[in-house]
Design a protein around this ligand. Structure first.
Ligand SMILES: Cc1cc2nc3c(=O)[nH]c(=O)nc-3n(C[C@H](O)[C@H](O)[C@H](O)COP(=O)(O)OP(=O)(O)OC[C@H]3O[C@@H](n4cnc5c(N)ncnc54)[C@H](O)[C@@H]3O)c2cc1C
Length: 447
């Protein structure tokens, strides 16, 4: 069992924040930019310590990449994060308990895999082989001493060169499921050395029953939050710090906690009134914003096996309709989600809704037979086109290292500006709990 440093912090963080008020904080005015898990956990901890905290959020809703759609009132759909990954020691498990939110477990072992013709296939050997290949690829890159893409590293191994077309197809499928869908980068972008340089909590993966937004609402209660406030500039002042909003208004505070996504930093959505530290700017440049999209399909009733959570399809195209999760077992509802990641996700975003649904239906017919019914409704995400995220979550492209997360996080301009957010968390980047922990870290820095 893995017991990480973060694990320890995570399990004690909430209690500490709630029980040891620090007087020094009470006079501080803090503006938190962003109302996702990072911003809200920072604001919550600071407000609980008596700081004067205001949260600014560009959207007309709070939660950021926690976004539960209630379009189908009986069937909430989490368009952003769905799972609490690893419930043991995960601070979001504690938060869910405090909020009285039950959890539904899904298991990766509860799965079937189908080939192009819909025949069931056993992928155990392909998974083992892919693991060995990835290890060999990493070892070769380590020996060469220069990072390269996972694709270049894998296709350079003897194991890949000796594999026939069918074996390669299976290996590629596994890389899509284990790396691209997990981390959001294409295998041609992911670092062979650091694509998986993160930690995990133990335990099952669980869906907050009824939607992730309940945790956000619980965390946000009583906080001063202004939505529709798009920050366009942040500037250090002689004393404190100022922010300019898109509407031209200017706000001042002693400190700003900035939790906008890496995608927004990379795009330069916010101007900085003084240069950022060199290694912070370098981290913004080298870290990548990955992409994972979801296509929610609702049916009259399940026409697929209801005793599995995951369905894999080794179809005609790499990474296209390759990963599905069924809600029939865990939540007892007739809903499937199809996932696309990396380059395939970028390409699929260009499809109109009707074309996307038709493409999904074609895949399901190939998997389960021509009589497979059409979905009665669909919801489709296009996170790359989201103007306040520009992607789904951060990943480690070629050349990125753990140190880049450390360089991105923390204080700028003598502590007037603090960076937080999913991408700044050195151990748990790319996750909801990582965002939550980064907010706690920012609050601790200020307190
Ligand atoms: C499709 C998808 C699936 C995911 N699945 C999971 C999962 O199952 N489990 C998991 O643990 N994690 C998952 N994640 C990752 C997780 O959702 C994120 O890591 C986490 O929610 C990020 O929180 P954050 O506070 O760092 O950023 P955000 O939630 O993005 O919050 C930042 C906020 O800043 C705001 N903002 C941006 N620009 C400005 C501006 N100029 N002015 C003011 N405000 C601004 C944004 O609107 C946003 O609300 C998923 C993410 C996506 C997109």
């Amino acid at each position: 069992m893995k017991i990480s440093r973060r694990n320890l912090i995570a399990s004690t963080g909430l209690l500490l924040a709630a029980s040891t008020p620090l007087r020094a904080a009470s006079k501080k005015s803090v503006i938190v930019v962003g109302s996702g898990f990072a911003g809200l956990s920072a604001a919550r901890a600071l407000a609980d310590q008596g700081a004067d905290v205001q949260v600014l959020e560009a959207r007309d809703r709070i939660g950021g990449r926690i976004f539960t759609s209630h379009l189908w009132p009986d069937l909430p759909a989490d368009l952003g994060a769905s799972w609490i990954h690893g419930v043991e020691g995960n601070p979001l498990t504690e938060l869910a308990d405090q909020a009285g939110v039950k959890r539904l477990v899904t298991r990766y072992e509860s799965a079937i895999a189908l080939d192009e013709r819909g025949e069931e296939v056993d992928l155990t050997a392909a998974y083992d082989r892919a693991d060995r290949l990835m290890q060999a690829a990493r070892k070769a890159v380590e020996d060469e001493g220069k990072d390269k893409s996972l694709k270049a590293a894998i296709t350079g191994t003897k194991g890949w060169r000796n594999a026939n077309a069918k074996e390669r197809r299976l290996l590629r499928h596994v890389v899509n499921g284990k790396v691209e869908t997990e981390y959001g980068g294409d295998w041609s972008e992911e670092s062979a050395l650091a694509f998986d340089a993160s930690e995990e909590f133990d335990g099952e993966d669980a869906l907050p029953a009824g939607g992730y937004d309940q945790l956000i609402a619980f965390l946000a209660r009583g906080l001063k939050i202004r939505t529709g406030a798009v920050v366009s500039e942040i500037r250090p002042e002689k004393k404190g710090i100022s922010l300019t909003l898109r509407d031209g208004s200017v706000l001042e505070a002693d400190h700003v906690v900035l939790t906008v996504p890496l995608g927004a930093l990379k795009k330069g959505d916010i101007r900085f009134g003084a240069p950022l530290a060199k290694d912070r700017q370098a981290a913004i440049d080298v870290l990548g914003m990955g992409l994972l999209n979801k296509c929610f399909l609702r049916f009259e009733k399940p026409a697929w096996p209801t005793d599995v959570d995951w369905i894999e399809w080794v179809g005609p195209e790499d990474g296209v309709w390759a990963e599905w999760v069924s809600f029939a077992q865990a939540a007892k509802v007739p809903m499937l989600i199809g996932f696309h990641a990396g380059d395939q996700a970028r390409a699929m975003e260009k499809l109109a809704d009707a074309d996307m649904v038709a493409s999904a239906h074609d895949a399901l017919k190939a998997m389960f037979g021509a009589a497979f019914p059409a979905p009665v409704a669909a919801q489709i995400t296009r996170w790359a086109q989201d103007p306040f995220t520009h992607g789904s979550y951060s990943f480690n492209p070629v050349g990125a290292r753990r140190e880049d997360r450390e360089a991105l996080s923390g204080e700028e301009w003598e502590g007037r500006l603090i960076f937080a957010g999913e991408a700044t968390e050195p151990d748990y980047w790319g996750t909801a709990h990582g965002a939550f922990l980064s907010g706690r870290t920012a609050a601790r820095l200020l307190l």
